[in-house]
Structure formats: C-alpha cells, structure tokens
Design a protein around this ligand. Structure first.
Ligand code: F6R
Length: 605
C-alpha cells in the first residue's frame, strides 16, 4: 500500500521519480506527488488520481527542477484521496518534505501536542505529523532529528525525507514496511520495490526494521536504530527490467497469465532431483507435528485451501485453514506441535505478519511460502520456501497464486514421503506428475482464443456463480475472486452440493453458472448439480478435463483442460478462469491492472 521512491544523482530527478512512480502505481493510485530539491529550496507538486495526472502537472510546472527528490503514490488510509492529502507533505517552514508508506497509530496525540506548540496542519493525514515532528526536533542535525521523531511514532513506516539544508541528499527510514536501496554509479535510489529503479541499477541493499540511510550521488550510508553507522551487503537482482514491463502486452495481468508456464518451471524444476522432490531450504522433522494450520489472505488463502485438501489427502494429517485477518482474534489452538504455513506473494501483508507473530507466540514452527526475497514475511518465518514467479505487477495475482499451489502440491508429496504415507515408487510417480505441470500450463494457454469468445458471450451478465466440489470448489473461490476484483461483477463461489440448501433461490433464467468439473472422481455429483441449475434456467459454462465426453450433453459451453493427476489439476484449471475474468473485465472497459479501491500489497490491517 503506497509506493515511495527517492533519487539523488547528477541529472534532473523528476523524470526518474515519475517513471519510478508509474512502476509503483500497483501499490496504490489514489494520488501521487513528487518533491525535488534545488539550491536549498524544496519544490513540490501533487495531484489526486493516477500518476498520469501528476505527469501533466509536472510538465506545466517549470519550477520542478533538481537533482534529488522523493515521490509517492497513495492508497488512502487517513483522509480522502485529494490534492491536499496527497504526499509529499512539507513542514510549515518548507524545510522538510516527506513521503510515507504505512500508518502512524498515535498521530492524533502527536498532532494535538504539535498544534499546541504552534505547528499548522494542512491535511487529514497521519503522515503530516511526522514531517512536523522532524521539523520540531531539527536543530541542525538531521540524523538526530530523524531518530528523535521516529522514536515517538507507533505504527509502521517507510519514509523518504528531503531537507532543504542538505543539498543532493535524500534520507530513507524503514520500520515494518518495505524499503530497498538501489546502488548506482554516481546516483542512488530508494524505493518500496525494486521495480521502481530496476531500469537504472540491479544492485540493492535491503534495509532492516529500525535502520535508516542517507544517500548522496556517490555514497550510501546506513545506520542502525541507535544511529551507529553499519556496513550492509549489496545483492544483485537476477531478473531483468523486461520482467517489470509489459513487453507488448496490453496489461500486466495478461502478461503474467502468459508467464505462468515459465514461472511454474522456475519454481518446480530446481526442486526436483533423481525423480524426487527436495526442499533444501527445509530442515524440519515433519513427524514432530500433529497438525498443520495454513493461513494467508485473499488469493493466497485460496491457494491454501487447495493445499489443505492435497496435504490432508496425501499426508493423512489434520490440516486447517484460517484467514490471516481473523486468526489472532480466534484464540486458535496452536502449540509447538503445530506447523503453521503462511502464504504470501508480496511478503508484506500486515494481517499475515500478525498471524505469524500470533503463531510464534504460541511456539509453533512457521513456514512461509513467499515470492519476494528478503521480504518481512520471509524474514519473520522460521523457514521460507520461495516461489520463483518473478515480479508480479498486476494487482490481481495470477502467477503468484499458481506457483503457491504448485509449492503446496510439492510440499504435500514431500511430506507424505517423509511421514511414510507413500512409498518411494509413489513418491517418484507423483514427482513425475508434478514435473508435467509447466507443460500442461503452456497447453492450457492455448484456450486463450476460446475463452475470449466465451467472455464476449457472457460479459454483460451482472451476477455469476462458480460451483465445484472438493478441490474444484477451492479453485472456484479463486476464480470468483478474480472476476469480482477486476470486472466488478458480482459472483459467488459455492460448493456445488450446498446450492440446494438456500442459494439455489438465486438461480433464475439466464443466470451464468461456471461449473468446474475437473476432479473426475466426483464428476457424477457435479453433473447432478449442473442439472439442478439448468432445470431452473441457468446457462452453464463448464470446465472439465480433456477426454471428458459426458460434459458436452450437460453444459452450454465447455472448456477442456489438459489432463494431469487429479490432485494437481488446480494449478492448471485456474488458468482459463483467470483468462475469463481478464476478458470479461476488458469487455467491460475496466482498469484491469489497477482495479478500483485495491492495492497490491496490503500493509494495513
Ligand atoms: C487477489 C490478490 C489478493 C492477495 C492478498 C494477499 O488477486 O492478489 O487477494 O492474494 O492480498 O496478498 P499477499 O499474497 O501479497 O500476501
């Protein structure tokens, strides 16, 4: 939520900041702004709405010149999306400008205190208290003022700071929200995410919570929470700038859907040797645990629901799922015999972080399945298994989800063998099936044109149902979420057998029901459910495994998905549903990569 970027170098900063903000826009797009510094004066421009609005304003404003600056793209938390609430925020005397990603919980109390001391506030944001506080504590030494000010803050913050007294210098502070330094040649950067500066440098330094940094064009100086200068290692990003660009696709979402075979290959292949699955990163004795609890948010949670079914089936172990935003309020039964699996693409989701803390306070072992290397969740967990999906920019996850499900399927097979629930031959047989996933995903993408046609047929429906049984139902949850979040069309995922217990009242002439029928052991069951909705006038679009002849006489339209072992089908069968959501949203002229009210990484509760 919210993206921040900073640059210091020898060229004009505004182009670099605006470009960085465009790349960070997936984190929030309620407003945007930049501030640059020149000759000990800070100039700022900001606008509500998307970064394009800001670009227009900057083009008109000839004053915005300077070789160092900071920028922000906002997902509103305190105060409506407006020009005045947009970041950066400046101190009353114009000496400081800051950008902030996070939330300051005790802002009201600090604000009252500062107002009593004469400070004037312009916005409704929590952020403005930070800049006024820095100004209040500043007596010529910015490092000291930053330390004093941040010591007063409760909450989470990644900050970028400009000071009129410090030419060519930008400051960055990290606490509980992502912040990465980019080390260039004669220029340096910070940002919420590498994508903001990947086209300039691939050398990065990860800041840890409590650390802060001052950046000049030639030097990056890092301090720990006590203000002591520390040395930190640089790491090199392995992916290329193209991974963070659309590469000819109209939307990041479509590009990321198409990247799934490669992402799955990168996630699966390095973990297979001698026809067996290996998790070198996992040094645990799985026999120690009597239950597994899977927790996550949104799509990651739905990936967990698929994982629950596969793990339980293969490992014969109790597996529970719980949405991370609820976990800590339920006083869950967790102890040292519980393996808690958390799942997160971004590695920054506040509710998932809170769930990890809850699990650790109850002595559980925490294993994170996470996409972003070095993210907060990867660091907090006892073990991290990375999905190698590469950067995911579209707000709606696609390759993040499928790689999570692939890891969960692999984990289930691996754990089943470790627990003695499958023998070596079965281990190899399942591994062989897992190896097929990337190729099957590639073949599934051949459905693209057919799915587009079906989206053309159905995009005007204002409500839809996704029904399935067992694993297919878990996939329906994700298929329905995809449609809702990017097309704004109401849809519900229902366990097909549950419809008749009430919800079938909503089935009427012309209602579209997407029936996911890939789990063949329950094919006859879902076919009866299809007949029940058809008898009440529904139109049915079915998704089934190739070779399924029966389905053609039941459904109005059929999409056939390449075959793979039934427990691993979810990785494949979600792909046509992603494409369906994409084309329905496109036909409805929705802003696919940046759906309304959403942001990519949800760092607030
Ligand atoms: C939906 C979507 C969200 C995320 C959820 C968790 O397309 O992307 O539901 O899955 O916000 O995010 P991560 O995986 O970053 O923890």
């Amino acid at each position: 939520m919210c993206g921040i970027v900073g640059f210091t170098g020898t060229t004009d900063a505004k182009g670099i900041l605006l470009d960085g903000l465009k790349r960070l826009e997936y984190r929030g797009y309620d407003s945007a702004g930049i501030a640059v510094q020149n000759n000990n004066v800070i100039k700022m421009v900001k606008a509500s709405g998307k970064v394009d609005n800001l670009v227009e304003l900057v083009e008109k404003n000839k004053d915005i010149i300077g070789n160092s600056g900071i920028g922000h793209t906002r997902w509103a938390t305190h105060g409506v999306p407006s020009d005045v609430n947009a970041h950066p925020h400046m101190s009353t005397d114009g000496k400081f400008a800051i950008v902030h990603n996070g939330i300051i919980e005790n802002h009201a109390e600090i604000k009252a205190e500062l107002i009593a001391k004469g400070a004037k506030f312009l916005s409704d944001t929590d952020t403005e208290v930070i800049v006024q506080l820095i100004d209040y504590y500043y007596k010529g030494n910015l490092k000291e003022a930053l330390m004093k000010a941040t010591a007063r803050l409760n909450g989470s913050y990644a900050l970028g700071v400009l000071c009129a007294d410090s030419p060519n210098t930008i400051y960055a502070v990290k606490y509980s929200n992502p912040l990465i330094i980019g080390v260039g040649a004669g220029e340096n950067y910070f940002a919420s995410d590498i994508t903001a500066f990947i086209n300039h440098t691939k050398n990065v330094i990860d800041l840890d919570d409590g650390e802060f940094a001052s950046l000049t064009p030639d030097k990056v100086t890092i301090y720990d929470h006590s203000g002591k200068e520390i040395k930190k290692e640089e790491r090199k990003i392995t992916w290329d700038v193209a991974a963070a660009e659309k590469s000819g696709y109209e939307h990041f979402m479509l590009k990321e859907i198409m990247e799934q075979p490669a992402a799955l290959k990168a996630t699966i292949e390095p973990r297979i040797r001698d026809n067996k699955i290996h998790f070198d990163e996992l040094d645990i004795d799985i026999k120690k645990y009597d239950r597994i609890l899977i927790t996550a948010c949104g799509s990651a949670y739905y990936a967990g629901c698929v994982g629950r079914d596969i793990i339980e089936k293969l490992c014969k172990l109790h597996v529970h799922t719980e949405v991370a935003s609820e976990l800590r309020y339920r006083d869950p039964i967790i102890d040292e015999k519980t393996l808690v699996i958390v799942i997160s693409q971004s590695g920054e989701t506040a509710d998932t972080i809170a769930a990890i803390k809850e699990a650790k306070s109850k002595n559980a072992t925490v294993l994170a399945i996470v996409n972003v290397v070095g993210s907060a969740i990867a660091k907090l967990a006892d073990y991290a298994i990375y999905t190698w999906a590469g950067p995911e920019i579209a707000v709606a996850t696609t390759k993040g989800y499928t790689t999570q499900v692939a890891i969960l399927a692999m984990f289930a097979v691996w754990a089943a063998f470790e627990l003695g629930k499958i023998n070596e031959k079965e281990f190899e047989k399942y591994t062989e099936e897992i190896k097929k996933i990337p190729e099957r995903a590639q073949r599934t993408l051949d459905l693209n044109a057919r799915v587009k046609k079906l989206a053309d047929k159905y995009y005007q429906k204002r409500s839809m149902f996704f029904i399935g049984r067992y694993l297919d139902y878990a996939v329906c949850l994700e298929g329905s979420l995809k449609l809702k979040e990017i097309s704004y069309i109401h849809s519900e995922a229902y366990a097909a057998g549950e419809l008749k217990h009430g919800t079938i009242a909503l089935i009427e002439q012309g209602r579209l029901v997407v029936a996911v029928c890939c789990y063949e052991p329950l094919l006859d069951k879902i076919i009866s459910n299809i007949q029940q909705v058809k008898a009440r006038g529904a139109e049915v679009m079915a998704l089934a495994m190739e070779d399924n002849k029966k389905i053609f006489t039941e459904a109005d339209d059929v999409l056939l998905v390449p075959k793979i072992y039934e427990l691993f089908m979810p990785v494949i069968e979600i792909i046509p549903l992603q494409l369906f959501a994409y084309y329905v949203a496109k036909n409805n002229k929705c802003d696919i990569d940046k759906p309304k009210n959403l942001a990519k990484s949800v760092t607030v509760e």
